[in-house]
Design a protein around this ligand. Structure first.
Ligand code: SAM
Length: 223
């Protein structure tokens, strides 16, 4: 298999037509992904059907601000499918504060978090950021939200205002059907963008179809 670095995004690779990241814990899989060994480096394929940022990159995203060493607040971390690739990209000097409301999914994340050493799972409701202000010990470089909540944009903005560094980055995956089942997804994305623009500069937007139906993905920067 031919491994090539992504032309623009550091820490992101192409393994033939699929994306991949360098495995921070060689030998360990997180969600049944393929492990690929090449020139003494182990990569994990990054499934764009199961991870929205990977789908966004496959859809031609031009801005992907995640980098080595970054501190990240992740809302809706679940069992770590996407977070594990973020963990590969940020490496041992970065940290992910991973919030999820479901004890069941966080239980699956814990063993991976222990091995990886750069993910802190936090059982909490992202609608109430004051509940975890004592667990998130610093201002972060990037906030990522994937909580599939009708109020997701508001939740994202509230968390950014509390935890994001000035001029920090945000990424948000919007599931239009969680916001309104009937409304045209395009209208939902437009309304979401308007809300985001009050506090953020929008750097990029892509829809995730056909990998994730009726999903949009924003990358933005706090004003
Ligand atoms: C679509 S899944 C996230 C998938 C994950 N981001 C990934 O790519 O691997 C949405 C997650 O958001 C969590 N969630 C829903 N509402 C939440 C809330 N208010 N606060 C924190 N987590 C929430 C759910 O428990 C679920 O694990």
């Amino acid at each position: 298999m031919k491994i090539e670095p992504h032309k623009k995004f550091s820490g992101v690779f192409y393994a033939d037509k699929n994306l991949a990241t360098v495995n921070l814990v060689p030998g360990e899989k997180v969600y049944g992904e393929q492990l690929i060994n090449d020139k003494k480096i182990q990569y994990r394929s990054w499934d764009h059907f199961r991870s929205k940022p990977a789908a966004a990159i496959k859809k031609g995203l031009k801005e992907f601000p995640l980098k080595e060493g970054m501190k990240v607040l992740y809302l809706g971390v679940a069992s770590g499918t996407t977070a594990s690739h973020f963990s590969d990209i940020i490496g041992p000097d970065g940290i992910i504060y991973g919030i999820d409301i479901s004890e069941r999914v966080l239980r699956d994340l814990i063993s991976h978090a222990e091995k990886r050493g750069n993910i802190i799972p936090i059982l909490a409701d992202s609608r109430k950021p004051e509940d975890y202000e004592n667990n998130v010990l610093e201002k972060v470089d990037l906030v990522y939200a994937d909580v599939a909540d009708p109020e997701e944009v508001k939740i994202f903005i509230r968390n950014c205002k509390k935890f994001l560094k000035p001029k920090g980055y945000g990424m948000i995956a919007i599931k239009s059907r969680s916001i309104d089942v009937i409304k045209d997804p395009k209208q939902i994305y437009k309304e979401s963008q308007k809300m985001l623009e009050e506090d953020f500069e929008i750097l990029d937007f892509v829809t995730l179809d056909p990998y994730e139906r009726d999903h949009g993905f924003f990358v933005c920067k706090m004003k």
